[in-house]
Design a protein around this ligand. Sequence first.
Ligand SMILES: NC(=O)c1ccc[n+]([C@@H]2O[C@H](COP(=O)([O-])OP(=O)(O)OC[C@H]3O[C@@H](n4cnc5c(N)ncnc54)[C@H](OP(=O)(O)O)[C@@H]3O)[C@@H](O)[C@H]2O)c1
Length: 213
Amino acid sequence: MRIGILGTGALAIALGGAWTRAGHEVLVGGRSPDKAAAAAARMGGPAQAVAPAEAVIERDAVLVAVSWPGLPGILRAAGAADGSLAGTPLIDPTNAVEHGVGELLTRDGRAAAEHIADWAPGSQVVKAFHLFAADQWSESRKPVTVVLAGDHDAALRTTADLVRDVGAQAAVLGSLSRARQLEEVAGFVIGLAFSGVDPTSAIPRVPTPATTA
Ligand SMILES: NC(=O)c1ccc[n+]([C@@H]2O[C@H](COP(=O)([O-])OP(=O)(O)OC[C@H]3O[C@@H](n4cnc5c(N)ncnc54)[C@H](OP(=O)(O)O)[C@@H]3O)[C@@H](O)[C@H]2O)c1
């Protein structure tokens, strides 16, 4: 696939590196050209640094991996308001939560993913990859499930393929209106972890057809 990445930090490098190793063509752009060049080098192989506006052209999927306060700016730089992302699966891993506390910062009852859909008109936003730390994708780890939410079946399928290509399995929770729930789960996990409680110990084991078969 032809993948664009907006953002040059830890998650961009981890996922971009994993997708590059899986044989995808990755373009990465951020507000700093030097950081984009360093990120592309760390992804390895043929990953290339470009301007944000170029990173979203003719892409099968775009990942926007930027801190919450930087999202409107990077999407503006990518031409999103003018429709540059229209029709493109736009993968949103944002945790718009207060560091160490986990409270949602959107404060208006809407998910960060829904704001991103507003800032990138016509894009096909899929919430994904927000729950696991970046090193899940750069180091050899136990396989996990990445839960997705989105309104567009084709974009959900594309994202599920990209989840599979980093060694995980995908599960769709529902439409983008469920993204808020996924974001609250991250807040729950972060809040408990910072208070010293293992979040997995606070979730009941529920029998499923897979575990009872
Ligand atoms: N790292 C993880 O384990 C992880 C896991 C799940 C989800 N996430 C989410 O993924 C996103 C990226 O996280 P990260 O850990 O990769 O962050 P990071 O390493 O701190 O990198 C942050 C990225 O956002 C950019 N940025 C910050 N403020 C900006 C602004 N005002 N305008 C434009 N760009 C700005 C930074 O650019 P500069 O370097 O130029 O400042 C950098 O490219 C976040 O939304 C985070 O919640 C991260």
